[in-house]
Design a protein around this ligand. Structure first.
Ligand code: CP
Length: 339
């Protein structure tokens, strides 16, 4: 374990972190992974502390693993979702958060559709720590950290690895967190997707961009696939006409209720043909390739079932590692909160 001290009240983005802080989190996570291998997977580190999960968007992995992480650390955990809260009665985000702070929450974990919402809370709350569990298209730092943890666990280190990130980079908060984390850890980062889904500010990042997946995957050590962020594409194209009633949705991807697919690609079938990872394509990568995906996966779109369930896939290892990484984050943040 490095000797770096943790001084942050909040964890909002990997872009805020230095390399030593990232390494400190990952080393702390490794010691919690050891705890999770024991028969009794519980330590008293957060006994008497309260953790609140405040989710304004759907989640399976992140919410559940933050809850499990908090419980493994012996914290009290409360889950709040928009539908069951007083947001439906008109309460603002700030009023809600101040009330949760008044209930003596030590850590508030927030997922919100607006980029920057966790920063707003972190500035406004003096006692409770804020943990970003995904904000709009900005960042998803705990996902980025668990991705780094999984790569190091499987490969030993990240420096010099060729990592290819595929898909809807423009709308992906996971891509942003991964790019910031991987570049700080010395990876060679490639992004690939349709021109409409690669951000125009790419030159600011130290990444190589491609439109052709077959070329991009040659010699890859790690391929990270992304889901088409249909709900965010719909937000980005206000006024895009609703498909006529009865329109057939091609492929397995159905936009969330109320969402409309933006005009970022012609059809799901064409996207899958050009940017879906299949067994033919992974033959072009290095033989000890890691295939990663933050989930939820859309089989037959960005990834075939053969690859998702194949020997290169570490998708479920990512999910398991999420608990240890989130235990580390809660543990470190709890050191900065009062009673
Ligand atoms: N990776 C991820 O954020 O998954 P959930 O949306 O299920 O939390």
């Amino acid at each position: 374990m490095t000797d770096t001290r943790w001084t942050r009240k909040d964890l909002l983005a990997i872009s805020d972190l230095g390399k030593e802080e990232i390494e400190f989190i990952l080393t702390t996570a490794a010691s919690f992974k050891e705890v999770l291998g024991r028969e009794i997977k519980k330590v008293p580190s957060l006994r008497g502390k309260t953790v609140v999960n405040l989710f304004f968007e759907p989640s399976t992995r992140t919410r559940t693993s933050f809850e499990l992480a908090a419980k493994r650390l012996s914290a009290d955990v409360v889950n709040i979702t928009t539908s069951g809260s007083s947001v439906s009665k008109g309460e603002s985000l700030l009023d809600m958060a101040k009330n949760i702070e008044a209930l003596q929450a030590n850590i508030i974990i927030i997922r919100h559709p607006s980029s920057g919402a966790p920063y707003f809370l972190a500035r406004s709350l003096k006692q409770s720590s804020v943990m970003n569990a995904g904000d709009g298209t900005h960042e998803h730092p705990s996902q980025g950290l668990l991705d780094l943890f999984t790569i190091i666990e499987k490969k030993g280190s990240i420096a010099g690895l060729k990592v290819v990130i595929v898909g809807d980079i423009l709308h992906s908060r996971v891509a942003r967190s991964d790019i910031h984390g991987l570049s700080k850890m010395g990876a060679e980062i490639h992004i690939v997707g349709p021109p409409t889904m690669l951000p125009s500010f790419i030159p600011q990042w130290k990444v190589k961009s491609h439109f052709n997946l077959d070329e991009a995957v040659v010699g890859a050590d790690v391929i990270i696939l992304l889901r088409l962020q249909l709900e965010r594409q719909a937000r980005a194209t206000h006024g895009f006409p609703t498909p006529p009633k009865g329109t057939t949705v091609v492929g397995h991807v159905t936009p969330a209720k109320g969402a409309q697919r933006g005009n970022f690609f012609p059809t799901i079938r064409e996207y899958a043909k050009l940017y879906g990872l299949n067994e033919e394509r992974i033959k072009k990568a290095n033989k000890d390739l890691l295939v990663m995906h933050p989930g939820p996966i859309n089989r037959g779109v960005e990834i075939t079932s053969e690859v998702a369930d194949g020997l290169s896939s570490v998708i479920l290892d990512q999910v398991t590692n999420g608990i240890a990484v989130r235990m580390a984050l809660l543990y470190l943040l709890s050191g900065q909160t009062d009673g």
